[in-house]
Design a protein around this ligand. Structure first.
Ligand code: PLP
Length: 410
C-alpha cells in the first residue's frame, strides 16, 4: 500500500522509498524522489521526470553528472585494474598526486576517501608535527564557531556546532572554538598547547559565510609566529567551486596543509590531505593509512575532473554565469521582507531568509528544480560549475514562481 510522505506536499512514497526506510539506518531526512539518471546539470527520477540540479550532490558533481570524460576514465581504468593495496604502486594515484602538487602550494598528497577522513588525517598530522618539533605539550586545534569538518569523533568535535555533538559525548579532547572571521579572537585563544588552526575559507554547511578579506593571511601569520600549522578545509570550497581551483588562491596566501574531498573525483569517494614537504614528512611509514586511499578508479576519475576544470575552460567560463545568477537572486530576494542577503563566491552561494526555507526547497522540487537549504534559513546554490546561462535563466524563473507561492503568502 502507498503511504503519503510526511511533510512532502502530498507526494507518495514509492517502493524504493519504503524499502529504503525499512533497511537503511534512518540518519537522513530524504526528499521523496528516487533518481535513476543524470547528465550535465539534469537529473531524472524513476517516473521519467527531469530536474535542473543546483545541488550537484552537495558541491560534488562540479563537472556535471556523468561527464563523458569522467565516465570514460572510470570505464577505462575499471577494465584494467580496480584495486590492489597501498602495499604496491599504481599509476593513476601517482599521476594525480603529481598534478595536485603542480597546481597547489603542496609538495605531497595523502589519499583517503572522504572529507572527514582527510580532516582526521590533518588533525593527526598537526599533533605529530608538534611532537616531532619538540612540543609534545601541543595538541589542541583551534576551530571556528559555525564550522563543519565531518562526522568522525575527532572531526565532529572540530565541528563547532553543538547540534552535531549532542548524544556523542564525551567528545575528543584537544579542540577549542573561536568566532569565525575574528582574527583577534584567534590570536587571544592561541596558547602553548595549540598545535594548529583549522578553518574553512567559506563556511558552507555553516550558512555560506565568507572569511573576511585578510583573515586567512592573518591566521597564516599567527601560525607562523607560533610555529604551528594552518590547515585549510577546502572540502567544499576546493576543486573550482569559488572560481579558482582552490579558494585560498583568491587571497594571495597559502596554508601549510589543505584538505579536499567532495568535487575531487566527479562523484566517486575520495579525500586528499595536501601539505608542504616539511610538514608531510612527519607522517612516516606506519603512522597513517587507508585501504582504499588512492584507489586507481577514483584517481583516474579525479585526473579527468582536473583536466576538465583546467584545460576545458570551465573556471574561466563560470564567472559571468554565476554572477548573473547572483544578481538574479538578489533582485528576487529584495521583493520579500523575509529576505536578508546573498553571500558567497563563484558557485558557492547562499541566500539567507528570516524564516526556515524548507517549504521553498519543496516548492522548487515540485517545479523541477533542486536546491538545498542549510542552517534552516539559508538556501544554498552549488550547481555543477558547467551550468550554462540558459539553465540559470530557467532556474531563476522557477525560483521566482516558488518564492511567489511560498513567501508571497508570508
Ligand atoms: N569539511 C567540509 C567543509 C564539508 O563541507 C564537509 C561535508 O559537507 C566535510 C568536511 C565532511 O566531508 P565528508 O562528508 O566527505 O566526510
Amino acid at each position: 500500500m502507498r503511504r503519503a510522505c510526511p511533510g512532502c506536499g502530498g507526494r507518495w512514497m514509492d517502493q524504493w522509498m519504503e524499502r529504503c526506510d525499512r533497511v537503511l539506518f534512518q540518519t537522513y531526512g530524504r526528499f521523496p524522489v528516487t533518481f535513476v539518471r543524470g547528465r550535465g546539470c539534469r537529473l531524472w527520477d524513476d517516473e521519467g521526470r527531469g530536474y535542473l540540479d543546483l545541488v550537484a550532490g552537495i558541491a560534488v558533481c562540479n563537472v556535471g553528472h556523468c561527464h563523458p570524460k569522467v565516465v570514460g576514465a572510470i570505464q577505462e581504468q575499471a577494465s584494467r585494474l580496480i584495486h590492489v593495496s597501498n602495499l604496491y604502486y599504481t599509476r593513476p594515484m601517482v599521476e594525480l598526486a603529481e598534478r595536485l602538487v603542480e597546481v597547489s602550494f603542496a609538495q605531497r598528497a595523502f589519499f583517503c576517501n572522504s572529507g572527514a577522513e582527510a580532516n582526521e588525517a590533518a588533525i593527526k598530522l598537526a599533533r605529530k608535527f608538534s611532537k616531532d618539533h619538540g612540543h609534545p605539550e601541543r595538541f589542541e586545534v583551534l576551530t571556528m564557531e559555525g564550522s563543519f569538518h565531518g562526522r568522525t569523533l575527532a572531526t565532529v568535535t572540530a565541528t563547532a556546532q553543538e547540534k552535531y555533538h549532542r548524544g556523542f559525548e564525551p567528545l575528543v579532547p584537544g579542540f577549542r572554538y573561536v568566532p569565525f572571521g575574528d582574527l583577534e579572537a584567534a590570536r587571544n585563544a592561541l596558547d602553548d598547547r595549540t598545535c594548529a588552526i583549522l578553518v574553512e575559507p567559506i563556511q558552507g554547511e555553516g550558512g555560506v559565510r565568507c572569511a573576511p578579506p585578510g583573515y586567512l593571511q592573518g591566521l597564516r601569520e599567527l601560525c607562523d609566529g607560533a610555529g604551528i600549522l594552518l590547515i585549510l578545509d577546502e572540502v567544499q570550497t576546493g576543486m573550482g567551486r569559488t572560481g579558482r581551483l582552490f579558494a585560498y588562491q583568491h587571497e594571495g596566501m597559502a596554508p601549510h596543509v589543505m584538505t579536499l574531498a567532495k568535487g575531487i573525483a566527479g562523484g566517486l569517494p575520495m579525500g586528499v590531505l595536501l601539505a608542504t614537504e616539511e610538514v608531510a614528512s612527519c607522517l612516516t611509514p606506519g603512522t597513517h593509512a587507508s585501504t582504499f586511499g588512492g584507489n586507481p578508479v577514483a584517481s583516474a576519475a579525479a585526473l579527468a575532473v582536473l583536466s576538465i576544470l583546467l584545460e576545458d575552460g570551465v573556471l574561466e567560463a563560470m564567472g559571468p554565469v554565476a554572477e548573473r545568477f547572483r544578481e538574479g537572486i538578489e533582485k528576487l530576494g529584495r521583493a520579500y521582507p523575509q529576505f536578508v542577503e546573498v553571500r558567497g563566491k563563484g558557485w558557492l552561494l547562499g541566500m539567507e531568509f528570516r524564516e526556515p526555507c524548507r517549504a521553498v526547497v519543496e516548492e522548487c522540487m515540485r517545479r523541477g528544480l533542486l536546491v538545498n537549504c542549510t542552517m534552516d534559513r539559508v538556501l544554498r546554490f552549488v550547481p555543477p560549475l558547467v551550468i550554462g546561462m540558459d539553465e540559470v535563466e530557467e532556474a531563476l524563473e522557477i525560483l521566482a514562481g516558488a518564492f511567489q507561492e511560498v513567501l508571497g503568502r508570508g
